[in-house]
Design a protein around this ligand. Structure first.
Ligand code: NAP
Length: 435
């Protein structure tokens, strides 16, 4: 059995490839079915976020399992192997475990230490449980990844500073505004006419950061008006005008900065839509949707300047140095958690022998107890029988305690195998005997 992860992320694939791989909630069930139907896959779960799609699996054979997952990704995305495989990464065993812990800790995120990834890893645990695709090993692995993510955020400063894709998007808007005025610095958004399209989690974060960067009023448009109104009610100090998505054209005509963060599976803004506007000033469009909310062809329309999630690298790189130092502290913690999981997993190797040893001793205990009780005759009260039975169980447990602890303790695999062999020989525990 091997642990493998196959996937792609902002590190290995541009947004135009990532968006083809993203698995929406509507398609998650069929994806689990397809993965589970492969006999190489013993346990599996899916991490699907805007910046990554990763399939974690416990596979029978590493090579065959990884190849099955790659084929699944190719079928799911509709991309042929030549176009997809160069963007995929694959880690096995300890590297796969370490990668998962790093992802949960936010160390592999575009915005180092961002918090959304932890909820997405939690979602991966929930999905695996709901689709009954994870067993004892992945339950332990995935829940340990969640606790590692929490530890990174509580024991280091990596999560502080309210970092997220949304905060980077707002910073990009500030930077581009500065650059348009010939300054390489973040400008206040005070005088911008801002529109946010979408009223979900990312838009909430956009509103928070916009407010903290000097924006005092904005338009919030959404497919469902009531959701935009509910969101705006949480920002009493921000003058938010809510409207329906139908008012998008009006916004494209009159605003100066527009963010899109909807979960639409196809673009809501394309070149054709923009061509009808004759703008005298630039409208800056910043799209954090994956799949993208703004199609790539808008680059050819004058009067508009569009950026997608991959363009956030520019602001992220500016903040990275200080955070890299903190990331080193987090890495030590991640290594510790990965080691502890791997030790637990290795210790499972001893379980079949321990179970056979326990059941062998239990048979002896029962047999000898029966003999003793029948020798005592009917005068032996029920209470006395219970005391003797408890005594016999206590002796067995005490005898087993030290060898079981030693067998499960962290140690080189060869050493454990040697001890197991000795115990099996001494107690006659071979599988053939048992069967
Ligand atoms: P969310 O909380 O589920 O909110 C989804 C929003 O999209 C809602 O406003 C919804 O409108 C709107 N929407 C859904 N389908 C639509 C459609 N067909 N046409 C127009 N609007 C539609 O999602 P989120 O977490 O904020 O994510 C939004 C986008 O940001 C996604 O593309 C996601 O991949 C990307 N993103 C997310 C994260 C993250 O960590 N969550 C990070 C970076 C980027 P209704 O209210 O009418 O349903």
């Amino acid at each position: 059995m091997n642990i493998a992860v196959v996937g792609l992320s902002h590190r290995t694939a541009p947004v135009e490839v990532r968006e083809k791989l993203s698995i929406s909630d509507d398609h998650i069930e069929e994806s689990f079915k397809s993965l589970k139907s492969n006999d190489q896959v013993l346990e599996v779960s899916i991490l699907s976020t805007c910046n990554r799609l990763e399939i974690y699996a416990l596979v029978k054979n590493q090579e065959l399992g990884v190849s099955a997952i790659k084929s699944f990704l190719s079928n799911h995305s509709g991309l042929n192997k030549d176009d997809l495989y160069p963007h995929l990464f694959n880690f096995n065993q300890s590297e796969a475990v370490n990668h998962l812990m790093s992802v949960a800790g936010g160390l592999d995120s575009l915005v180092l230490g961002e918090g959304q990834i932890l909820s997405q890893v939690k979602k991966m645990v929930r999905l695996g449980q709901e689709h009954q695709s994870i067993g004892p090993i992945f339950n332990r692995l995935l829940t340990q990844a969640v606790s590692t993510g929490k530890r990174v955020r509580s024991e280091t400063n990596l999560g502080t500073g309210a970092v997220s894709i949304s905060s980077a998007a707002v910073e990009l808007a500030q930077l581009k505004l500065g650059q348009s005025q010939g300054k390489d610095q973040l400008m206040s958004l005070e005088s911008e006419k801002v529109v946010v399209v979408g009223a979900g989690r990312m838009s909430r974060l956009l509103l928070q950061h916009l407010q903290s960067k000097g924006c005092s009023e904005l338009t919030l448009i959404n497919r469902t008006l009531s959701r935009a109104e509910t969101l705006s009610a949480d920002f009493p100090n921000l003058n938010v005008k809510c409207d329906l998505l139908d008012s998008l054209d009006k916004c494209l005509e009159s605003s100066s900065l527009l963010f899109t963060s909807t979960a639409s599976e196809s673009p809501i803004i394309n070149a054709e839509r923009l061509k009808k506007f004759k703008r005298s000033t630039i409208l800056r469009l910043i799209d954090i949707g994956v799949p993208r909310n703004i199609s790539a062809d808008v680059a050819e329309v004058s009067g508009f300047e569009a950026h997608d999630v991959d363009d956030l690298q520019e602001v992220v790189a500016r903040n990275q140095d200080a955070r890299q130092q903190i990331a080193l502290e987090a890495q030590a913690l991640i290594d510790e958690e990965s080691k502890s999981f791997l030790e637990w997993w290795a210790s499972l190797e001893a379980v079949p022998t321990i179970n056979r040893l326990r059941s062998g001793l239990e048979s002896i205990r029962k047999e000898e107890l029966q003999k003793a009780l029948s020798r005592m005759g009917p005068d032996f009260s029920a209470r006395e029988r219970k005391v003797v039975e408890a005594l016999s169980k206590g002796i067995i447990n005490k005898i087993l305690h030290t060898p079981v602890t030693n067998l499960r303790a962290p140690q080189p695999s060869e050493q454990r195998k040697e001890s197991l062999k000795i115990i099996e020989a001494l107690f006659n525990l071979s599988l053939e005997e048992e069967n």
